[in-house]
Design a protein around this ligand. Structure first.
Ligand code: C2G
Length: 131
C-alpha cells in the first residue's frame, strides 16, 4: 500500500486542481490531501480564500480520488505530516519545484507540471470582469 500526500488551498476548485489530484492518485494507492487553513492563506497571501476551510475540506474530501483530508496549519510542518500519515510520496505542482527537496530523506518527492491557463486568481478575475 503506497501512500501519497499533497497540499493546497483548493479554493474555487477548478480543472487544474482535479488534474493534479488525479495524477497524484495515479502514483499511489491512498491519497491524503492537506488543505491549507484560512489563517495560513491570510499569512502567506494576505487574503482569505473565497470558500472557508471547512467548505474546502468538504469539497476536496468528496472527490473519488481523495482518500483522506486534513487541515494544513503551517508550511513548516510538512515533515510532521509526512511522518504522521506514513507518506511514501509527496506530490506538488511544479510551481513548487525544488521547494520540498529537503524531504527526500523521508519519502519520494515528485513535482508534476501545472495545468496551463487556469488558476483561482484567473477565475476570480474573469468573474469580476463580467460584472
Ligand atoms: N495546480 C496545478 N495547476 C494549476 C493550478 C494549481 O497543477 N493550473 C496545483 C498546484 O501546483 C498545487 C495544487 O494544484 O500543487 C493546489 O494549488 P493551490 O490551491 O493554488 O494551492 P497553493 O496555494 O499552491 O498551496 O503547502 C503548500 C500549499 O498549501 C500549496
Amino acid at each position: 500500500m503506497r501512500t501519497g500526500i499533497t497540499f493546497g488551498t483548493f479554493d474555487l476548485l477548478h480543472i487544474g486542481h482535479i488534474n493534479i489530484l488525479e495524477r497524484s492518485r495515479a502514483l499511489c494507492d491512498r491519497l491524503i490531501v492537506g488543505v491549507s487553513t484560512d489563517a495560513l492563506n491570510i499569512a502567506k497571501k494576505g487574503i482569505a480564500p473565497v470558500y472557508s476551510q471547512e467548505e474546502r475540506l468538504k469539497i476536496v474530501s468528496a472527490l473519488r480520488v481523495v482518500d483522506e483530508v486534513f487541515l494544513e496549519e503551517s508550511l513548516e510542518k510538512k515533515a510532521d505530516y509526512i511522518r504522521e500519515f506514513n507518506a511514501d510520496v509527496l506530490v506538488m505542482g511544479d510551481d513548487w519545484a525544488g521547494r520540498f527537496d529537503e524531504f527526500r530523506d523521508l519519502c519520494d518527492v515528485v513535482y508534476l507540471p501545472r495545468t496551463p491557463h487556469i488558476s483561482t486568481t484567473q477565475v476570480k478575475a474573469e468573474i469580476f470582469s463580467q460584472r
